[in-house]
Write a protein that binds this ligand. Structure first.
Ligand SMILES: [Zn+2]
Length: 172
């Protein structure tokens, strides 16, 4: 699995690979389970707490996350077709980075409280609720990826991703 970043690709190629809506999975077959496990392995090897399938060139609606990895624990979550089905109105400022934009650290407004529905690796429907923890922002960040949305798109003022100069953008 090769990670797609703005360092390795031109703007055109980067956008083509990351800015599209991924395809939902109808059934979680063993093939998809294998892909999910591969994606998890890739995430851990990149020392990350979240990774979306299109970041490694797969066009399926799949992301993996594990905020507990920040605390040297492993509590992996595999999500097929994840969707934010409910959120509170209150926003908070989440400090974020992205594997696909490795030179960038920004402060992104996110919902404090979200409810997400998804299919698990067991093929069954699950709901996850989070209120006021890192998980809420990781969920929103990864689910955005699956619709071709990047963290820079969530800034109050439009910021152009810098593809070659790697300028750090600081939002409020
Ligand atoms: Zn990202």
């Amino acid at each position: 699995m090769k990670l797609i970043t703005n360092v390795d690709f031109t703007k055109e190629e980067f956008d083509k690979r990351l800015r599209y809506k991924t395809e939902p999975v109808k059934h979680v077959t063993t093939k998809f389970q294998d892909v999910a496990l591969e994606l998890l392995k890739a995430m851990y090897s990149l020392n990350a707490i979240g990774l979306a399938a299109n970041q490694v060139g797969l066009k399926i609606s799949l992301c993996v996350l594990d905020p507990a990895f920040m605390l040297n624990k492993k509590m992996p979550i595999v999500m097929f077709n994840p969707q934010v089905v409910e959120h509170g109105e209150e926003l908070y400022i989440s400090p974020e980075g992205c594997l696909s934009l490795p030179e960038l650290g920004i402060r992104v407004p996110r919902f404090r409280k979200v409810v997400v529905n998804y299919l698990g690796i067991d093929g069954k429907e699950h709901t996850i609720k989070d209120d006021n923890s890192l998980l809420a922002s990781v969920l929103q960040h990864e689910i955005d990826h699956l619709s071709g949305v990047l963290m820079v798109d969530r800034l109050p003022e439009k910021q152009e991703v810098n593809y070659k100069d790697h300028i750090i953008v600081e939002g409020d």
